[in-house]
Design a protein around this ligand. Sequence first.
Ligand code: AKG
Length: 238
Amino acid sequence: MRLVIRVLRQFEGKTRLGPVVWLRSVSDSPPVRSDVSDIKAVKGEQSWLCASSAPVLQTVRGHVEVRENFITEEEENALLKELEPGLKKKRYEFDHWDDAIHGYRETERLQWGSACAALLGRVRAVAFPEGSPLLGPVHVLDLDKAGYIKPHVDSVKFCGSTIAGLSLLSDSVMRLVREESPVDWVDLLLSRRSLYILRDEARFKFTHEILKDDYSFFSGQRVPRHRRISVICRNLPV
Ligand SMILES: O=C(O)CCC(=O)C(=O)O
């Protein structure tokens, strides 16, 4: 099945540019800050969290989570072994300047070998509310080193309350920006092999994006972005 569904244009009065169907809107605003080295971020209690202010941190508390080293190197290798042959047959998409994602290839997978099935079971057990209906196929997004994900809000039509993603091959920075007040932002440091979870407010009141290598800083510290594969589980809207 071709996953790239370019159907969400001109939806609800905004330009909807979703390479994947669950992206609701893409912001055309410039990055919150281009010279990130001067920015004073408020650090969260956790080493992976910083934000523009203490009240913003308070807003997202409980709605964002990063579990560092959620998978082992062996588990990362097991995922890569299953995913690489299929991904390598595709080419990275760079052609459409207006897509929500630049420099990517993607797939989805329902059936997994036992090691991967077990670790995905762990992801689902920690991320989703008990009894929540889950989307069966897991979405796999392979970002080239030059690739990035632009700010977008996930579709409430296609996504439930929670998204949970494993980061393979590279550290990266995920930025959340409040839709109604773009001066309010939150950065999450997604270390290689971590699991991030975004819930509720963080999903629908903030855009999220994966910063391109040039802008990839966390709390003033450079976070080199290499090729990155994310393995993303979702629940369904109720
Ligand atoms: O690659 C990621 O982890 C982020 C994916 C994303 O932004 C999304 O699926 O809405």
